[in-house]
Ligand binder design. Structure first.
Ligand code: FES
Length: 239
């Protein structure tokens, strides 16, 4: 009787086919690796799509502030802000000299000439200037960016040319040209933004508000109080 020739099978193939042995373990490991790879790929895809969804949601909730209030804004060239000495009260003119309203930044840009007489002397002056966001420029002049909002209840405070100061029409809070509190119900001086320069551009960071300037006293007042009287309903420019 003829014998049927069966294809030969190696011991290793036998082990693989029937379980057990190093080769089976190797195959199992490869299957495991494939499963792990697939699982990791799926996790990566899920992770990427989750990050994209979160980014989209954040973008919707917090749209870019570029060019808007809350961002750092270029408010003009230095040459557009002629400086004046606050000691010469009739030299202070809204949008012409020393005080410039920039509605986009909700700010007044104050530019005081280098011959400004400060009430403080010695090392107290630069220290207080830093606290009050007053920046000394390379030409010796001084810059401040005041938030236009009255710190009493939030009205926009107009600068009054006739008073050489800011006088709130709502309840009468009165502030010096540097934003220092003078009188009225306001609980502190006007708030400030950071002001800086990029080349010739004047930059105001409207995303950071310094709201910690208290009522000035002899140790913190920078500019002497104006000598002109300021009637409640007086004329002058308004914001
Ligand atoms: S809101 Fe300006 S004084 Fe009240």
């Amino acid at each position: 009787m003829d014998t049927i020739e069966k294809p030969g099978i190696t011991p290793q193939q036998y082990e693989v086919l029937h379980g057990g042995g190093a080769e089976a373990a190797e195959l199992a490991k490869q299957r495991l690796s494939r499963r792990r790879f697939l699982r990791r790929s799926m996790l990566a895809v899920w992770g990427v799509s989750t990050v994209a969804s979160v980014a989209g949601a954040l973008d919707f909730l917090y749209p870019t502030l570029s060019g808007q209030f809350g961002a750092t804004l270029a408010v003009g060239k230095k040459s557009e802000f002629p400086a004046a000495n606050p000691g010469q009260s009739n030299a202070l003119k809204l949008d012409q000299a020393a005080v410039f309203h920039k509605p986009t930044a909700r700010a007044y840009i104050i530019h005081l000439s280098k011959d400004t007489e400060f009430a403080l002397k010695g090392s107290a002056l630069p220290e207080e200037m830093q606290i009050q966001n007053v920046v000394k420029d390379s030409d010796g002049s001084y810059w401040i960016a005041l938030y236009q909002k009255c710190v009493h209840l939030g009205c926009t405070v107009p600068f009054r040319d006739d008073c050489a100061s800011f006088k709130c029409p709502c309840h009468g809070s009165h502030y010096n040209i540097d934003g220092g509190f003078l009188d009225g119900p306001a609980p502190r001086s006007l708030d400030r933004f950071q002001i800086s320069f990029q080349g010739d551009d004047v930059m105001v960071n409207t995303g950071v508000i310094n709201d910690r300037i208290q009522h000035p006293d002899a140790t913190t007042r920078l500019i002497a109080q104006p000598t002109v009287q300021c009637s409640a309903g007086g004329g002058g420019a308004s914001a």
